[in-house]
Design a protein around this ligand. Structure first.
Ligand code: GLC
Ligand code: MG
Length: 527
């Protein structure tokens, strides 16, 4: 057996720098603010930070519209501060993962400026250009995820260009080897600066059908779904050609020691295995959102956890996401006590957990009134609950004005005053202390990080599984009901942790075990 890799043991913590800590009083977080908070993150125990894009951007899409892949946006800081971040993290034995946005650039990117300048431009085929369709309109029926046709008309050169997302986010042409090489060099630029890995954005939409065939309507979709989701996107999304590009990205990352590639993938659980490997390896960790997308009850969770674990290749390493910049906050969906169970679940399942900054505080969807909407998704496809601003709200660090996130009005409204780091730190039974204890327990009990996972049959609203490693056995029991529930099928053991944080560690327990409403228990077998 080979020793586990850092990213197999790590708890990965996603940060949007703009929402973490402002240092220069412009109401947006920045790298220097983040640097000031590293000791807190070391205290929390997270092992790796994943930063959403920090490159120069007009910020029409939260920085996912990049105008220079190899620099830092001035509103966030400087490349020197970035290098300092890498050094400071490594000094604390922490890792840094960067977002990598290969599918598109900002319209302001010099590549696109050149590409649209003339049909004869040497960068013309760096983007996806096409002549009008027969009726003089867009070349086909492809829809942007952010609403409307995915084709934008360019007057100067008399052609359409393709954009999976915003019109101001033109898609790069990944069929062009020059684009692939340029993007490989972007990876190398950051790898040489010491970055430990990447999260690849929108990895399933790099290449579209070369015959530009229409996507058929999805017969299962009705008006409750936003228009872009009413097509079966078979000619635009999740094509074999795109998956092969991921093999090239992986090969670049392999030029360096011990780096990791995670990826935003798409499709149901039956597709996730393909993102691990094809002819050659693809991602180390295709992001798995099953815990967020599954109804919050023991049987549904059991079914979906098992389905996921069974659908990934034999030697693949699992991962579990409980929050992210595109996902509504879990505490708003399942409540504060539910969020504690979710933390216990994600931090004890076999695989790498991904948290979004604020999940450890039980942050909820912040109220964003109409006049303050920033997210283009909500502006362009309104009325479907798609706004992602509420989960992107800046952190509150204490009770002070703006939670001491900034001395100025934050760029987005914030969550409830009481959910701030200082007051949760002062309450030793808070969700923050629970997350901290769970992370510490992972470091202390190899069964939780390296152990096999054995499903136990959910009973009585209790989701249960066992982790085993080198003769040790740990059972995790999560009572999803609000009422007390009994668990009979268990040998004697001792308590390692209760999600209520009020049971003594080491306390002996014997069957039958009584779990209180929405209590999770981690029990070590034997005395
Ligand atoms: C990914 C990002 C999302 C962004 C989109 C376009 O899905 O996670 O936030 O809007 O790509 O770049
Ligand atoms: Mg700032």
């Amino acid at each position: 057996m080979t020793a586990p890799k850092w990213w197999q043991q790590a708890v990965i913590y996603e940060i949007a720098a703009a929402s973490f800590q402002d240092s220069d009083g412009d109401g947006r977080g920045d790298l220097s603010g983040l640097l000031q908070r590293l000791d807190h993150l070391a205290w929390l125990g997270v092992d790796a930070l994943w930063l959403t894009p920090v490159q120069p951007s007009p910020f029409r899409d939260f920085g996912y519209d990049i105008s220079d892949f190899c620099a830092i946006d001035p509103s966030l800081g400087t490349i020197e501060q970035f290098d300092q971040l890498v050094t400071e993290l490594h000094r604390r034995d922490m890792h840094l993962i960067l977002d990598f946005v290969p599918n598109h650039t900002a319209a302001e990117h010099p590549w696109f400026v050149e590409s649209r300048a003339s049909r004869a431009s040497t960068r013309r085929n760096w983007y996806v250009w096409a002549d009008p369709g027969e009726d003089g309109g867009p070349p086909n029926n492809w829809l942007s995820r952010f609403g409307g046709s995915a084709w934008a008309w360019d007057d100067t050169t008399g052609q359409y260009y393709y954009h999976s997302f915003l019109e101001e986010q033109p898609d790069l042409n990944w069929r062009n080897p020059a684009v692939r090489e340029a993007m490989a060099d972007v990876l190398r630029f950051w790898l040489r600066r010491g970055v430990d890995g990447f999260r690849v954005d929108a990895s399933a939409v790099l290449i579209e059908d070369d015959l530009l065939r229409d996507d058929p309507p999805d017969p299962d979709a009705d008006e409750t779904l936003p228009p872009p989701q009413r097509l079966r996107r078979i000619f635009t999304d999740d094509r074999r050609e795109s998956l092969e590009c991921l093999e090239e990205l992986r090969a670049v990352v392999e030029e360096f020691d011990d780096r990791m590639l995670a990826g935003e993938v798409q499709g149901k659980v039956d597709r996730i295995g393909h993102f691990y490997e094809g002819k050659r390896p693809r991602f180390h960790l295709p992001l798995n959102f099953a815990l967020l997308d599954t109804p919050w009850d023991a049987l549904s969770l059991q079914a979906n956890i098992d389905a996921y674990l069974n659908s990934i290749p034999e030697n693949a390493w699992p991962c579990w996401v409980i929050g992210g910049h595109d996902k509504h906050r879990i505490a708003s969906k399942i409540g504060q006590t539910g969020a504690r169970l979710m933390a216990m679940l994600a931090l004890t399942l076999r695989g790498t957990p991904f948290l979004f900054a604020g999940d450890e505080l039980g942050m909820e969807q912040a109220p964003v009134v109409a006049g303050r909407i920033d997210d283009p998704f909500e502006k362009l496809v309104p009325g479907y609950g798609l706004n992602r601003d509420p989960e992107r709200a800046p952190i509150r660090w204490d009770e002070g004005p703006h939670g001491s996130f900034s001395i100025a009005e934050p760029w987005l409204p914030q969550d409830d005053r009481t959910r701030n780091v200082a007051s949760l730190k002062g309450d030793d039974r808070s969700i923050l202390h629970l997350c901290c204890s769970l992370i510490a327990l992972r470091k202390q009990e190899p069964a939780l990080t390296q152990g096999d996972q054995e499903p136990l049959r959910a009973r009585n609203d209790i989701l249960a599984f066992r982790r085993r490693h080198g003769g040790e056995s740990i059972v995790v029991l999560l009572n999803l009901s609000r009422e007390p529930r009994r668990w009979l099928a268990m040998e004697s053991g001792k308590v390692l942790l209760s999600s209520h944080l009020d049971r003594k560690t080491g306390l002996p327990v014997d069957p039958p075990l009584l779990l209180r409403g929405q209590e999770g228990l981690i029990i070590k077998s034997g005395r």
